[in-house]
Design a protein around this ligand. Structure first.
Ligand code: FAD
Length: 568
């Protein structure tokens, strides 16, 4: 009997963050649902108790069912028959267990059958599932689409689609990518045509690389404005599988997350409903959907990192060479120590980002019912601004780190890690996709560099310097303050060249420098709350300081004349 929630006390630490009370109060609106639903919480303690109970249920399903099925799912994969996808037997069993436990659609309001979960416990659930099987985390996590419908669709669409998630276990898909529109979604061509007689929209065209493409409910980005070629001609639609007007042409044979079907879809006169306003598809709705999905990949990455670390630790304690267990060798324990620090690092960034997203989304939802006070409006804007620059930072760091951690874990296993006998072989393959989908690492830098250019990262770092911590952490705070000075000087150096290409060339270095300091602070705040994070804070800050110094050295030694592709 394994429970992936109760066997990891770090999760409760993040769940019980001091800001949780504010988040719950905004989300539950003075616990107004308690008079309408007998299972709605009556106060803060009751809400936290509910969160924990559900996390324990998901932790148990993850440990006892999903993790147990992961190997067979990886082997069997989904199959395509008559243009329809059937999940692997284990995947279906996993999904049935989640539906039966009532944990599909948990972030939706109670009137649609949800549990009105805030982002922290919702994303934590995704972390638990991903630790068990990263591929299955995609299938379960695509309920983010329901959240987008809830945020932007008409009441009629919400009433039609949202109750199906919890009641029927409806699955979802996010249909954006096309053969010629990957990172650049402005190039989407799938056509949406309005039939003036019936007032009905029809979709025609092809989508590629769509996870869970044969889902019950699909959100489809399509070109609704004939003659346009940019984002302003795109709208978002919801397509119902019951209409039988879309076929799955193929499922991809891929490196990892094999249980999650990646589909090529053909829409032929497929009826669909417009979500929100025309022309806002990419500009507003898909941006919001992708930001939620990026938190999802953050959770997936932390889950993979946790699994990889645990596998390595267990193996290093068991394996003996030259008369002692391999964990006693500095070369091995250093790998494990850094893996632990990096897992703690991405987890703390994950839940910090969730808190910012949660608070601004709650304000946004309250603002639809009443006007916000000036104080609330300022708080809303601040949280939204920080969420916007933390989300790409999270996606970048968590996905890159989970790959590094999976790589190091396999290394700790030696030759055994290369074989299919141990889970790390699968975990290593599963990790690889995280830096690619929901926007590649390069595209996360394009988004995160705004936090460098507009001075927001620097402001957050300077504000952090003012936060009082236990005196024993003065030396680490001092290190972070010096790293911030170095970061500020480096931004000046790069911007003073007044060369856009040079700025883009160093963008990743600048974003990563900021990330190293921001995460250093977050770990320090965690250590201030609980001693157990002290070691991770010390190690991470030391690693970050070394890495930032290397980046500065590269930037200082780089000559602008070196820009451009070097033709060998
Ligand atoms: C397993 C899997 C599941 C997926 N699931 C879904 C899904 O459910 N729904 C969906 O809509 N899509 C899905 N995708 C698609 C995925 O989001 C895209 O593959 C991804 O966005 C990258 O697009 P691309 O593959 O066309 O690569 P390209 O955009 O062609 O990129 C190729 C390379 O060029 C770089 N690059 C491109 N533009 C820039 C730039 N401006 N600056 C710097 N570098 C740049 C990229 O970083 C990358 O290294 C999935 C893909 C895979 C592999």
């Amino acid at each position: 009997m394994a429970n992936f929630y109760t066997d990891n006390e770090d999760l409760k630490f993040h769940l019980t963050h001091p800001l949780m009370e504010k988040m719950v109060s905004l989300k539950e609106r003075n616990f107004a649902d308690k008079d309408k639903f007998d299972y709605a919480p009556v106060d803060f303690e009751d809400t936290m108790d509910n969160y924990e109970k559900v996390l324990e249920i998901i932790g148990e399903i993850a440990g006892d069912i999903i993790a147990e099925n992961a190997e067979s799912v990886d082997h069997d994969g989904p199959v395509l028959e008559n243009n329809k996808v059937s999940y692997a037997r284990g995947t279906q069993q996993n999904y049935d267990a989640m539906v039966q436990a009532g944990v599909v659609g948990i972030s939706l309001p109670r009137k649609y059958g949800g549990l009105n979960f805030s982002f922290v416990p919702y994303v934590m659930s995704a972390e638990l599932v991903a630790r068990a099987d990263a591929g299955f985390a995609n299938i379960w996590g695509l309920q983010d689409c329901a959240e987008t419908l809830h945020e932007f669709a008409s009441e009629e669409i919400k009433d039609e689609f949202l109750p199906r998630f919890n009641r029927d276990g409806a699955t979802a898909a996010m249909d954006l990518t096309e053969p010629d529109a990957g990172s650049d979604l402005q190039a989407v061509q799938l056509k949406a045509t309005l039939d003036e007689k019936t007032g009905c929209w029809k979709l025609n065209g092809v989508k590629r690389f769509i996870t869970n493409g044969d889902a019950d409910v699909s959100l489809v980005l399509a070109r609704s404005e004939a003659g346009t070629s940019d984002a302003r001609g795109l709208s978002l639609f919801v397509y119902d599988k019951k209409d039988n007007a879309m076929i799955v042409r193929r499922i991809e044979n891929k490196l990892g997350i094999k249980g999650s079907p990646t589909c090529e879809l053909v829409f032929t006169d497929a009826p669909a409903k417009l979500v929100g306003d025309r022309k806002m598809g990419l500009i507003k709705y898909v941006m919001s959907l992708m930001n939620s999905a990026r938190l999802g990949v953050g959770a997936q990455s932390v889950g993979i990192a946790e699994a990889a670390y645990r596998e390595a630790l267990k193996y290093a304690h068991e394996r003996e060479q030259f008369g002692k267990t391999i964990i006693e060798y500095p070369a091995v324990y250093e790998l494990l120590t850094n893996m632990r620090a990096k897992t703690d690092a991405i987890r703390t960034l994950l839940y910090e980002t969730c808190r910012y997203v949660d608070i601004y989304k709650s304000y946004s939802s309250i603002s639809e019912e009443r006007s916000l006070t000036p104080e609330e409006r300022n708080d809303f804007k601040l949280h939204q601004k920080i969420a916007d620059v933390y989300t790409p930072l999270l996606k970048l760091f968590s996905s890159e780190y989970c790959n590094q951690i999976a790589y190091d874990s396999l290394q700790v296993h030696g030759g055994t890690g290369f074989m299919k006998d141990f889970p790390i072989e699968r975990i290593y393959r599963d990790a690889r996709i995280t830096t690619i989908y929901e926007g590649t690492s390069q595209l996360q830098v394009v988004a995160a560099i705004r936090g460098v250019s507009n001075g927001l990262y620097l402001k957050i770092l300077r504000d952090n310097e003012q936060i009082q911590l236990k005196p024993e952490f003065d030396y680490l705070k001092h290190s972070l303050a010096k790293m911030t000075d170095q970061f500020a000087r480096t931004i000046d150096k790069v911007t003073s060249a007044d060369n856009a290409e040079l700025y883009d060339f160093h963008a990743r270095r600048l974003v990563e420098m900021a990330g190293n300091i921001i995460i250093g602070y977050l770990l320090l705040f965690d250590a201030n709350r609980n001693d157990k994070f002290k070691k991770s804070a010390e190690i991470f800050i030391r690693l970050g300081k070394t890495e930032n110094t290397q980046k500065v050295s590269f930037i200082n030694s780089f000559d602008v004349k070196e820009l451009g592709y070097y033709k060998f």
